[in-house]
Design a protein. Structure first.
Length: 218
């Protein structure tokens, strides 16, 4: 059973002040030196798998949407997050694309009438969600309702088990879990692969440092 209080508390961390520091603290420092998965590797994933009809879930600062290469000059882009600060921040960063914006708890069924997408990205989302990795499967189930039949889901998550943690990563991960920023103490590589394979026929998961980078499609 997902603790909705933890969902709200985890989302509330992303204040305007934190978001203003996120790109430097996470994308420049932590990714390269602690999680050992450079931001350029994550951006490369976007460039490879993003489509002209795309939804980004757990939007952060909108960095990847602002810097990736879409296959068309006028893509349909949508943002989905529980936190309005993140939604507003990301929407401003990609304002020329006129993104659709949806405030949504991904643990809940999507009741808004949304035209399906060809690609959905979940970048650094799972490790922020409470529950075990198997309990987080409901997120895939819910998002699949707004994914086209031949669509794809791709993304990344920081693993507590299955990646390669240096001492600094171990310490920071434990700290974030103690503060309710991360909820990945029980997240495993095998569990991630399992929940993806239950919903997609083709699944690829590659590990870079502490980070699992995944692609799932039919």
């Amino acid at each position: 059973m997902i603790d909705k209080k933890k969902v709200m508390e985890g989302s509330a961390v992303y204040t305007p002040q934190l978001l203003s520091l996120y790109n430097f603290g996470v994308l420049q420092l932590s990714n390269s030196y602690i999680w050992r998965c450079p931001t350029s590797r994550l951006l490369s994933q976007y460039n490879q798998f993003v489509t002209a009809n795309h939804l980004d879930v757990g939007v952060g600062t909108g960095y990847f949407l602002a810097h990736c290469q879409f296959p068309t000059n006028q893509p349909r882009i949508a943002l989905m997050d529980l936190n309005t600060n993140s939604l507003n921040y990301a929407a401003q960063k990609i304002a020329p694309y006129q993104p659709e914006v949806y405030q949504q708890d991904v643990f809940d069924p999507i009741t808004t009438n949304i035209e399906p997408f060809e690609s959905i990205s979940l970048n650094y989302l799972f490790h922020c969600l409470p529950g075990t990795i198997l309990e987080k499967e409901i997120v895939i189930k819910n998002l699949k309702t707004i994914l086209k039949d031949k669509g794809r889901i791709f993304g990344s998550t920081i693993l507590a088990h299955g990646g390669e943690k240096n001492p600094m990563a171990e310490m920071l991960m434990n700290f974030y879990n103690s503060k309710g920023i991360f909820h990945n103490n029980n997240d495993t590589l095998e569990g991630l692969e399992e929940i993806l394979k239950r919903h997609f026929s083709q699944v690829s998961v590659k590990v870079h440092g502490c980070v699992a980078i995944f692609l799932a499609e039919n």
